[in-house]
Design a protein around this ligand. Structure first.
Ligand code: PMP
Length: 355
């Protein structure tokens, strides 16, 4: 029997690996860089209210949310596109700009969705190795740009290794990359950055119409389960991305909760500060144990465990700590509750390098 056959690009793709989910309610899920706090009461309240009208379609392109974000970034509603998580926004962007045979440059190791989304377009994923300290090598990324390059994706802070890209490094990249190449600054974890040299995305966007900022409500705003992310871009770029977006893609509960989260931002940013304080405590303690932890600017830390990666991840799981292993490279551990973080440190103390 003849079967329908997907495009070869689809058939050869690696699967996206979701973070392990706990089978036991006492387990700590530290595998997807989620916010450890439950939604705030006012956010829950609007979600409950929105549940009463799900017989209706939501606003087609999340207009109320987009208007609020457009005002906040000073770009107006024409400069913002929202979708079902920033992964979806990035996929729309690549659909709008990349054809088979085009190239997209990223650092590597970086966010594992990048090769999947790029190769789905039939485009080539050009991977530029991280430099020392597990940092982006922006000079090498600029050198990797050819006349086939349609986009450069810069992940800052870098998932899974942690460092943020510096402003002057991005200024130099933007000066050397042709203006018809889209430069995406993936700022999924931007709210957790404390490095004063980190890139100022909105300032770069104001000067470069080829810059796209990618942001999400999944991390600092704690709405991962509702799936809302967005791009901030020049109106023409935003219009192209919107053309590829699914109409009514962001559901009403998600739109409403995202708007309420902008209103409740002070309380949410207090939580971000608590997560950052825990991150500093965990990273400092790990370094004290002898681990080479790169600069951690997101809500996670990176342990370069090399050959011991699978073993550490399974020992962690045996203690109810679900972490994210990257085979042969390292383990990414999200910052969780202080209890969860203490349990991580107890495990890593037994495993410190050289023991
Ligand atoms: N970018 C990076 C760097 C991420 O780590 C993630 C989530 N893991 C995303 C984008 C996507 O987030 P979401 O689709 O939930 O907005």
């Amino acid at each position: 029997m003849t079967q329908p056959r997907p495009r070869p690009a689809v058939a050869s793709l690696p699967a996206y690996v979701p973070g392990a989910r706990p089978s036991d309610e006492r387990a700590h899920k530290l595998s997807s860089n989620e916010n450890p706090y439950p939604p705030l009461d006012p956010v829950r309240a609007v979600i409950a209210e929105a549940a009463g009208r799900v017989n209706r379609y939501p606003e087609m392109f999340a207009d109320t949310l987009v208007a609020a974000l457009g005002e906040r970034f000073g770009v107006g509603p024409a400069g913002v596109v929202a979708s079902t998580g920033s992964v979806a926004v990035l996929s729309h962007l690549l659909q709008a700009y990349c054809e088979p045979g085009d190239q997209v440059v990223t650092a590597w190791r970086s966010f594992e969705a990048y090769p999947i989304l790029v190769r789905l377009q039939g485009a080539e994923h050009v991977q530029v190795p991280l430099a020392s300290g597990a940092r982006h090598d922006l000079a090498a990324m600029a050198d990797a740009v050819t006349d086939r390059t349609r986009a450069v994706l810069v992940c800052t802070p870098n998932n899974p290794t942690g460092p943020a890209v510096h402003h002057d490094e991005l200024v130099a990249l933007l000066a050397s990359v042709p203006e018809d190449v889209v430069v995406v600054i993936d700022e999924a974890y931007v709210e957790f950055i404390t490095d004063p040299r980190a890139a100022d995305g909105p300032a770069l966007l104001a000067e470069h119409p080829n810059v796209v900022l990618l942001r999400t409500f999944s991390k600092a705003y704690g709405l991962a389960g509702l799936r809302v992310g967005y791009a901030v871009a020049h109106p023409e770029v935003a219009a192209a991305v919107r053309t590829a977006a699914t109409p009514f893609g962001v559901n009403d509960l998600a739109q409403t909760a995202a708007v309420a989260s902008l209103t409740a931002e002070d309380a949410l940013l207090d939580r971000v500060r608590a997560v950052v304080a825990e991150r500093e405590r965990v990273a400092g303690a790990l370094r004290g144990q002898g681990w080479q932890v790169p600069d951690a600017q997101g809500n996670f830390v990176w342990l370069p465990t090399g050959d011991r990666t699978a073993e550490l991840a399974s020992r962690a799981a045996a203690r109810g700590l679900l972490v994210r292993p990257f085979a042969g490279e390292g383990v990414r551990v999200s910052i969780g509750s202080p209890d969860a973080n203490d349990a991580v440190l107890a495990l890593t103390a037994e495993w410190a390098p050289g023991e």
